[in-house]
Design a binder for this molecule. Structure first.
Ligand SMILES: [Zn+2]
Length: 367
């Protein structure tokens, strides 16, 4: 099997398009040759020296992480700086580094989706809309005979999703005109003459982050040599993506019991809890990673917020609003994505070895 690094990047970005990452983020390939063949992949949460050593030992030549390895711009490549030294070690060992970060946070079945599944939340709904998840209207003109084929192709590439409905589109009949030059190779009609062709005007919604793959599918499915299409920006936002998830527990339970449940479900040594242990909780908001700064935006009907990296004053502000907090740690709320990414890659690239790196807890609790 000849899989290139670029093939891996493209597959992950079909799931988590890079255009869904926040502007400040640095997802993508940070080290490596995009055209190089992949021997073995090691998936991890954060690129560390232990990850580098594990990749070398396993003879993996691509590390796929959640956190970007190079985040702050490098000022030099000195080997006496621990981070740039690690960068150089990856380069010298021929091991590439790729990250899917905030783009993987916001997609369905991404970081918060995995967290919500682990806690068995029912009726999961978006917690916060993602303002940069813009939508476009795609309009194209298709001969009747190919309408269903084109519709299915663009829909399977990510167009036409509204809530639980896929393949959403609208079409109206009309007449297209065109005059092919002597060099053209028209699907129908005569060269050098103005032709009229019965067509359907087909329109559908496209998430901007998936535009490239939708246009690729359109052009490959459409029978015409030159495909006429219009793209118009919309005020609509892509509601299939969200920062965090809100859902409910099967039945109300005490906050302290829920905290234990989170600890067990996420296989952690400890979690931190803020709130009255005996209070009943049922509506839960989850946000994998550093979610402390979002406390003030959590909707009023949420009983408890599960996230990581919550500061003292953020927890106090939550308690003042009647919101309980379970801080299950930054890595604790994100590490569930590592085996999910690894199985995604295994199913997309059958036969390619993919290992998942099980990160040790960063902090040790001293009682
Ligand atoms: Zn994170």
């Amino acid at each position: 099997m000849n899989v290139r690094i670029n093939d891996i990047c493209e597959a992950i970005e079909q799931w988590a398009p890079r255009g869904l990452a926040y502007e400040w983020d640095k997802p993508g390939l940070s080290i490596g040759e995009p055209g190089a063949a992949v021997r073995k992949i090691l998936v991890c949460l954060t690129v560390t020296r232990e990850v580098y050593q594990t990749a070398r030992k396993a003879q993996a030549n691509l590390v796929v992480s959640h956190h970007p390895f190079i985040f702050e711009p490098l000022k030099n490549l000195r080997s006496d700086d621990p981070h740039t030294r690690l960068c150089l070690d990856f380069v010298h060992a021929g091991i590439a580094c790729y990250a899917a970060h905030t783009n993987l946070d916001v997609v369905p079945d991404g970081v918060s989706g995995v967290l919500a599944n682990a806690l068995e939340l029912l009726n999961p709904k978006p917690l916060f809309t993602v303002n940069h998840a813009a939508m476009l209207k795609l309009v194209t003109f298709v001969p009747e005979s190919h309408l269903a084929y084109v519709r299915d192709a663009v829909s399977e590439a990510g167009a036409g999703i509204i809530g639980e409905y896929t393949h959403c589109s609208f079409s109206t009949p009309g007449v297209g005109t065109f005059k092919p030059s002597s060099k053209a190779n028209p699907f129908s009609g005569q060269k050098g003459a103005v032709n009229e062709e019965p067509e359907r005007r087909f329109e559908t919604l496209v998430p901007k982050a998936r535009l490239a793959q939708v246009l690729k599918a359109l052009i490959s499915a459409h029978p015409y040599e030159e495909v006429a299409y219009d793209l118009a920006p919309l005020e609509n936002r892509d509601t299939t993506v969200s920062l965090g998830i809100k859902g409910t527990l099967k039945a109300p339970m005490r906050l302290s019991a829920f905290a234990h449940m989170v600890k067990t479900a996420l296989r952690l040594n400890h979690v931190r809890m803020a709130g009255t242990p005996k209070r009943q909780v049922r509506t839960v908001a989850v946000l994998g990673g550093a979610g402390g700064s979002e406390v003030s935006r959590i909707p009023g009907d949420v009983d408890v917020y599960v996230t990581g990296d919550v500061k003292y004053h953020e927890a106090q502000a939550a308690l003042l609003r009647g919101l309980a907090i379970i801080d299950a740690g930054h890595a604790g709320t994100e590490k569930g994505i590592v085996p999910v990414m690894a199985s995604f890659l295994r199913s997309r690239f059958r036969g390619l070895p993919v290992a998942a790196y099980n990160e040790a807890e960063c902090f040790t609790v001293i009682d």
